[in-house]
Design a binder for this molecule. Structure first.
Ligand code: NAD
Ligand code: TYD
Length: 350
């Protein structure tokens, strides 16, 4: 069946993988990538599919309600998969308002545009909001986030995502808008902007720069290969129950310091450096304020109800990811020139 789907944030890390999956798997769909191309948006991520007949790019800022409405009026989409966001916790600590504008107001603008366009008949329509496990707050040494875990965000980033989730539920409860949500753990993989842990460390190892580990490095994250997240979004968008959320995670917890050591080991092998070379670059630096100790997802619901499970092990995924960065040095050079240098100096000055 043909469908028109607006994917927001399709030029970003996860969005580009979702766009690629939908454009290639569903040639009968028209995929409209709506993205403002902020520092995190990069059309180079989509070079391989940009001339596909079922792919369209629209540059627009979701904070601008008129611009959003114009794109909805032009394409009359049946579905929205909403990934556009300010996504980096450290940036949210220095510029929280940017997160309120894009993540909260931008989401409400999209909800309004969908509600207005679909008001006569919600049949066959779907608004999929892509969110994070960080809305649930932090875990201690044990336990998992389930779909029933109470929201308890700590950073301005997670507070803005929690707020956007609440608006999505409110539009379902108040107006009957057919929504689904996914709350996913930390992703990694190709095209990840090198402000986040894994690509930042890969970039620094390549360039023999210090590897800045926050605090004591005991903070724990649950890592998922980005293509497995895209597969989960595909399933939930098509088969998820309206009004519900699905937790998505890798069943794959790592303390930051152990993860960085694994990366060092794999990269020493790939770069043919003597074992132990890159580990010497590890530098413990000032901690992030309000740093959440541990995230871990119970992905039992999406597994049981929709049959989803991660398709690659962490070692395989990490190896593929490192290979991608080593094979795409030009991409890495482009995104780390200019504004990135100023960001890095400011963030890691201490
Ligand atoms: P990203 O920062 O790599 O990409 C964000 C994209 O959104 C960019 O292309 C950017 O240009 C676009 N964008 C930002 N502000 C915009 C605006 N005002 N209007 C239009 N476009 C705008 O982010 P990501 O890591 O790919 O995350 C995508 C989504 O998934 C986000 O909603 C994030 O909260 C969620 N998420 C991310 C992770 C993760 O580990 N990265 C985990 C769970 C959930
Ligand atoms: P990050 O990739 O920013 O994702 P999130 O904060 O959304 O989980 O960070 C992952 C973990 O790595 C987090 O505990 C913070 C830590 N971290 C460092 O130790 N050093 C760094 O330079 C960065 C960017 C993150």
């Amino acid at each position: 069946m043909s469908k028109k789907i607006i994917i927001t944030g399709g030029a970003g890390f996860i969005g580009s993988h979702v766009v690629r999956l939908f454009v290639t798997k569903y040639p009968e769909y028209t995929i409209i990538n709506l993205d403002a191309l902020t520092y995190a948006g990069n059309l180079e991520n989509l070079k391989d599919i940009e001339s596909s007949p079922n792919y369209i790019f629209e540059k627009a800022n979701i904070v601008d309600a008129e611009a959003v409405k114009a794109v909805f009026d032009k394409y009359q989409p049946d579905g929205v998969i909403h990934l556009a966001a300010e996504s980096h916790v450290d940036r949210s600590i220095t510029s929280p308002l940017d997160f309120v504008y894009t993540n909260v107001i931008g989401t409400v603008n999209l909800l309004n545009a969908a509600k207005e366009l679909w008001k006569e008949d919600y049949t066959g329509k779907r608004f999929h909001h892509v969110s994070t496990d960080e809305v649930y707050g932090a875990l201690g040494e044990t336990g998992f986030f389930t779909e029933a875990t109470k929201y308890d965000p700590h950073s301005p980033y997670s507070a803005s995502k929690a707020s956007s989730d609440h608006f999505v539920y409110a539009y379902s409860d108040t107006y009957g808008l057919p929504v689904v949500l996914t709350n996913c753990s930390n992703n990694y993989g190709p095209n990840h902007f090198p402000e986040k842990l894994i690509p930042l460390m890969i970039h620094n190892i390549i360039h023999n720069k210090p590897l800045p580990v926050y605090g004591d490095g005991k903070y724990t994250r649950d890592w998922l290969y980005v293509i497995d997240h895209a597969r989960a979004i595909d399933l939930v968008f098509h088969q998820g129950a309206a009004g519900e959320n699905y937790n998505v995670g890798g069943f794959n917890e790592w303390k930051n310091i152990d993860l960085v050591k694994l990366l060092c080991k794999q990269m020493d092998e790939k770069l043919q450096r003597p074992a132990g070379t890159s580990e010497q670059l590890i530098t413990f630096v000032k901690d992030r304020p309000g740093h959440d100790l541990r995230y871990a997802i119970d992905a039992g619901k999406i597994h049981k109800e929709l049959g989803w499970a991660p398709s690659v092990t962490f070692e395989e995924g990490l190896s593929k990811t490192i290979d991608w960065y080593l094979d795409n040095k030009e991409w890495l050079d482009h995104v780390t020139s200019g504004a990135y240098q100023a960001y890095y100096e400011q963030q890691y000055a201490h």
